[in-house]
Design a protein around this ligand. Structure first.
Ligand SMILES: [Zn+2]
Length: 110
């Protein structure tokens, strides 16, 4: 009976199981946005990759699906790594700006 439950359901995480539960609140998560135009809407799309008989293990034409997301505004392909890089950069810039804003700037308003 126990065996049937194995491999199904949640993996046991040490320290979990009390009232504490890891819940992802999607509302607080940043939106992945287009690195080109900052649009936050994407459409799921796919390329069909044709595998030639020379590369196919079966020696026959085969195909695989490469799924990706296209920006609904500019069509740019969403790349999570690219988004992370951009976000990191922007965070740095924001921190830099905050520092500049904190330090007194000898610019008196006219
Ligand atoms: Zn875009």
């Amino acid at each position: 009976m126990d065996n049937r439950n194995r491999g199904m359901g949640m993996p046991a995480i040490p320290g979990m199981g009390g009232p504490q539960q890891i819940r992802l609140d999607l509302a607080t998560m940043p939106d992945g946005c287009c690195v080109k135009c900052d649009n936050k809407e994407f459409i799921s799309t796919a390329n069909i990759k044709m595998i030639s008989p020379l590369q196919s293990p079966t020696g026959q034409w085969a195909h695989g699906v490469a799924q990706w997301w296209a920006c609904t505004r500019c069509g740019y392909k969403f790349d999570p790594n690219e988004w992370i890089e951009k976000t990191k950069k922007e965070e740095k810039e924001t921190l830099g700006n905050a520092k500049i804003a904190d330090s007194p700037i000898g610019d008196t308003g006219r």
